[in-house]
Design a protein around this ligand. Structure first.
Ligand code: GLC
Length: 440
């Protein structure tokens, strides 16, 4: 008898098993050999459906990377072969706050941790949940406190990011435009002018796994690398970094996720009958109002903002939809965003939601964060649509999202036009969030 095709649920579990390194899960074996912050949060959100202890372990593994000042690094470097090379790239030990015994990056990623903690909590009985929250609460408090203390130096209520990697949307157009227009060092401009990219390409490892047309361009990769070098030269000390550079952005995606994370942190505190420290609460209270300063009344969209000048970076991207997930905007603005999602010239493609709207000159169906549909951004938007009562739209998006993985497998991203897969196969958060969508 022919063996039946494994169910989508089983296929997803087997991807997570393949990428399982015991106490944490890598995003994809080979190409991404370390533990990443928001990846592990999404991964735990899937794991909780079939092994809640493993899901807890995924997040506990993240805590080993937390810095003494509360920072949660976007990467904890693995002890495998590439550790030496990557560890030396980051040199987190240059900063006195970095933890002993593990090498991490020196920057963070969108604060999805509170969401993952609470989602695991939903699978536990009351006593287990309290025990779980008691472990994670101090981690979250320190992290959110650090975000305000370190990343909101003018007490504006919005936190700034110092590297595109911190947004999780590495080469998203608003950041790339800022970077390429204002921040490219001479040597990178020269490489560009002399058309030396093919030479540099030989040194790239990502393009050995995925076709270069689906990754960031070499110019972009060099630009990101050069920002990282600059941050390292300042030992990842934000004050020193801001003194020497104007490249800092209050990112619309990051801050939307932060708003939601703050609400969830408050929920956790309530359940534990703990009082959030007053200074943190004062900051939290500012953020929702401040976020509205990112609204552009001319185009009726949200944009990220340059930290120093407060200039909105009016380059369209999926960030404009993220306030749905934040849950803090008015119903009227939420409806406007839903119109953008439904507009066939913007985000309303056959396999939505593209990370860059179709009308943008940046749009490329297979190019990393410059067009493709990703499962994590869809997941965030589905959650937001439901919270605003757009159940039909949420259901439709869930169906097309599951359709993508059902037809093509657990790829990193997909063409929003015809659904064709791109990036690396067997990608962990695609698998984990498939499991979550199947159960929601
Ligand atoms: C890329 C993505 C980022 C992700 C990481 C690991 O850098 O842009 O969001 O966390 O890969 O999957």
């Amino acid at each position: 008898m022919e063996k039946p095709e494994p169910s989508l649920f089983d296929q997803a579990i087997s991807v997570l098993e393949t990428n399982n390194h015991g106490t944490y899960t890598v995003p994809a074996s080979g190409m991404y050999p370390h533990q990443w912050l928001w990846d592990s949060c999404f991964i735990a959100i899937g794991q909780r459906h079939y092994d809640v202890d493993r899901a807890k372990q995924e997040l506990l593994s993240l805590t080993r990377g937390q810095w003494a000042n509360g920072m949660m690094p976007n990467m904890i470097l693995s002890k495998m072969g590439s550790r030496v090379r990557h560890g030396n790239v980051w040199r987190s030990w240059l900063n006195p706050n970095a933890p002993e015994g593990v090498v991490t990056s020196g920057i963070t990623q969108p604060p999805m941790l509170a969401e993952a903690v609470i989602r695991i909590g939903q699978k536990l009985n009351k006593t287990e949940r309290h025990n779980w929250y008691r472990i994670m609460y101090p981690v979250l408090i320190a992290y959110h406190q650090w975000l305000y203390d370190d990343r909101d130096p003018h007490s504006e209520g919005l936190v700034l990011q110092i590297h595109p990697w911190e947004t999780g949307l590495d080469n998203t157009p608003p950041w790339m435009q800022e970077l390429i227009e204002h921040q490219l060092p001479l040597w990178i401009r020269t490489v560009n002018k002399l058309r030396l990219e093919p030479l540099i390409n030989i040194l790239r490892s990502d393009t050995k796994f995925v076709h270069p047309s689906q990754r960031l361009s070499t110019l972009e990769a060099l630009a990101l690398f050069s920002v990282q070098r600059r941050l390292r030269r300042k030992n990842y000390d934000t004050t020193r970094i801001l003194t020497h550079s104007l490249f800092a952005i209050e990112d619309a995606t990051f801050n939307a996720i932060f708003i939601r994370a703050n609400d969830l942190l408050i929920e956790i505190a309530k359940e534990l009958r703990k009082k959030i420290p007053e200074n943190l609460m004062d900051n939290i209270n500012k953020t929702k109002d401040s976020y509205e300063q990112l609204w552009d009344q001319y185009s009726n969209q949200y944009y990220s903002r340059e930290f120093v000048t407060h200039r909105l970076i009016k380059v369209p991207s999926i960030a404009t939809l993220m306030p749905l997930y934040a849950g803090s905007i008015s119903n009227e603005r939420a409806s406007r965003l839903v119109k953008l999602i439904e507009d066939p010239h913007q985000f309303g493609t056959n396999y939505p939601i593209p990370t860059v709207p179709l009308s943008s000159e940046w749009f490329q169906a297979h190019r990393y964060w410059q067009g493709p549909t990703w499962i994590n951004t869809n997941w965030l938007i589905i959650d937001g649509l439901r919270r605003y009562g757009f159940y039909d739209q949420a259901e439709a998006l869930k169906e097309t999202t599951l359709d993508l993985v059902e037809k093509h497998g657990m790829y990193e991203y997909f063409s929003p036009i015809d659904g064709s897969p791109a990036g690396i196969a067997n990608f962990s958060w695609t698998a984990a969030l498939t499991i979550d969508l199947l159960n929601s």
